[in-house]
Design a protein around this ligand. Structure first.
Ligand code: AMP
Length: 595
């Protein structure tokens, strides 16, 4: 497909219909037969299992099985530093480094099932740690490095993390202020990111520990149901939820990487997501490695020219990114993209938020390729719905269910759920329970976990509709969680932090629509008597929230209100705040507390 400078969605529409050759070259092939012929058991057969029949371990499938075979010297991971320095890891090297890490953790007394939190930017040590933790029987719990001390503390406490891997500077900024509130934390492993020595009493030097460890490590027997990954996500109310995944999830990571991202063994794959979020782990670490491809990791932040440079210089073939990034690139203009020769690029995919049809088609203008939207969430562990390489794209649609995944559009009823069979009718998106990467619990929160299931369905909390041909269309969230730059943010967490400010009596937080980030966090605050609602206080509240929550979670805007609208039972009506903010009809106010 040629790049075009004229723009226009309709002009290219027909090009999105696939040719027979494209269908043949894709990993899925024709959709219907692929779906009919698929079983999870057969998918499991694509993986090796631990030698001697000792179970299934994600890290073995990701690195060791390649390191033991002909792909030993194949480039597994190319890391590009913020300043352009490069570090390469073959499968063999990655196997050895992760062995060292597993050995070092074992020496520290890591027990099976212990949670190891990792708070780091996209540095090589993060990837080594993730694989080492999985080898040693630990549970890898990544935390986004742009979190402030409060989100870090909340998550580490729920996780009861015994070990933390982080950098010296992140430790000082984010962990030191809350260290005394982490009673379960026994060991801190620090990656030096300054010149000085490790200056935290009792902490271990990650680099030294690994240097002293053996390059060999025998992964202990691992049951496919052993916990492996803990990803935090947010709900409308209450604390963050720790979604627990098991080693068996690797079957879905592997197969979805192959089928939905169309990974072939010689691909150079770039997933731009940060491993602090689920995409950056499932598709930034695991799926590319199990599929034996070369994975690019960029430490730097978003910068359109930097990104185009990486696509070109690294000869990226498959690129997985997020709608916010696509929209930011669109803003920089098509001409900029067209300055870069990208003959290797062949497949573009996107996830995390709705991808507008204009963005799908902008891919054609800018790269000669459309973006393929796909859908999943922290709880599903892997891609569930996708526009496949072999299938005509319907711009604006999330695509069709993966083989092995049954999607339903359902309505909640007093006794459970009822399925909506008619096409194009809106309901809650549900998935038939039981795929390998389905989360196995919210850690220490059985009631919230159980509430996600009814009648054999996992209820996703998203509203969607399905057309006659089985393509799914995202409608919105059924709850109040906020999606900003692809990251899910719980309003309750933001409200709680604001409430800690002495001037704040009440706080209500919403997602305010934004043309690039989808939503930005906006807070409404009612003050205690004696405080003046002025600009100085607004600025001080913004700074207060940012310092506690970190840039990724803190509100970007704060408005003062004399009082916040509440239900008769005292719950702040975020929906009403949002409707008023947007000038929309206020809906049913029968439960509104009389003022
Ligand atoms: P997370 O658990 O942080 O990955 O967020 C999952 C949520 O992001 C989903 O429940 C959706 O609300 C949203 N989401 C993910 N992918 C898409 C997509 N392709 N289109 C629309 N929304 C999406």
């Amino acid at each position: 497909m040629k790049r075009s400078s004229s723009g226009g969605v309709r002009e290219h529409w027909e090009e999105l219909v696939k040719t027979a050759a494209q269908v043949e070259a894709s990993t899925l092939g024709a959709y219907e037969p692929a779906r009919a012929g698929f079983t999870w058991e057969a998918a499991r057969g694509e993986l090796d299992g631990l030698p001697g029949g000792h179970g299934l371990n994600i890290a073995h499938e990701a690195v060791d099985r390649h390191a033991a075979g002909p792909r030993r010297e194949h480039l597994a991971l190319r890391w590009i530093g913020r300043h352009g320095d490069v570090r390469d890891f073959t499968y063999q090297a990655l196997a050895e480094w992760s062995n060292r890490c597993a050995g070092a953790l074992t020496v520290l007394g890591l027990r099976k099932g212990d949670v190891v939190a990792v708070l780091a930017g996209r540095i090589p040590e993060l990837y080594i740690a993730a694989l080492g933790i999985l080898k040693a029987g630990g549970v890898f719990c990544p935390m986004f490095s742009a979190f402030g001390p409060e989100p870090v503390q909340a998550r580490m406490r729920i996780a009861r993390a015994r070990v933390l891997v982080t950098t010296t500077s992140l430790y000082h900024r984010k962990v030191e202020p809350i260290r005394s509130d982490l009673p379960d934390l026994e060991h801190v492993l620090l990656v030096r990111d300054g010149d000085g020595p490790i200056d935290v009493p009792g902490a271990h030097d990650f680099g030294e520990r690994l240097a002293a460890a053996d390059t060999r490590f025998v992964i202990p027997p691992t049951d496919p149901e052993d916990p492996a990954l803990l990803h935090f996500t947010s709900g409308t109310t209450g604390r963050p939820k720790g979604a627990l995944h098991v080693h068996e999830a690797v079957v879905a990571h592997h197969v979805t990487g192959r089928l939905a991202l169309d990974l072939h063994p010689d691909d150079v794959f770039w997933c731009t997501a940060d491993p602090g979020w689920v995409t950056g782990t499932s598709y930034g670490i695991i799926a590319p490695l199990t599929n034996g491809v070369t994975s690019i990791v960029d430490e730097g932040d978003f910068d359109a020219e930097r990104w185009y440079g990486i696509l070109r210089d690294q000869r990226v073939t498959v690129w997985y990114t997020a709608p916010t990034a696509v929209r930011m690139m669109m803003k920089m203009g098509t001409a900029l993209a067209q300055q870069y020769a990208l003959p290797h690029l062949r497949f573009l995919a996107s996830v995390g938020e709705p991808l507008n049809p204009e963005a799908v088609m902008w891919g054609v203008e800018a790269f000669g390729l459309p973006f393929h939207d796909n859908w999943w969430q922290t709880e599903t562990g892997g891609i569930m719905i996708a526009n496949f390489a072999s299938m005509p794209i319907r711009p604006g649609s999330m695509g069709r269910p993966l083989p092995g995944i049954d999607v339903g559009i359902v309505r909640r009823t007093a006794s459970g759920v009822e399925e909506i069979d008619d096409p194009d009718v809106e309901g809650e998106l549900a998935l038939r329970q039981g795929w390998p990467s389905m989360f196995r619990g919210y850690l220490h929160d059985e009631a919230r976990y159980r509430a996600c299931f009814a009648g054999g369905w996992y209820l996703t909390g998203d509203l969607a509709r399905r057309d006659r041909d089985g393509y799914c269309w995202f409608v919105g969230r059924a709850d109040d969680v906020i999606k900003s730059s692809g990251h899910l943010i719980g309003p309750f967490e933001v409200e709680s932090a604001l409430m800690e400010h002495p001037a704040v009596a009440e706080a209500g937080v919403i997602g305010k629509p934004d043309p690039v980030a989808l939503e930005v966090v906006k807070a409404f605050v009612a003050l205690k008597s004696g405080y003046a609602a002025d600009e100085a206080l607004r600025r001080s509240l913004l700074a207060f929230a940012r310092q506690r929550l970190g840039a990724a979670v803190a509100p970007k805007e704060i408005d003062f209100l004399p009082t916040l609208p509440k239900t008769r039972s005292g719950k702040i009506m975020r929906r009403l705040l949002k409707a008023r903010e947007l000038g929309l009809p206020e809906g049913d106010l029968s439960t509104l507390e009389p003022l």
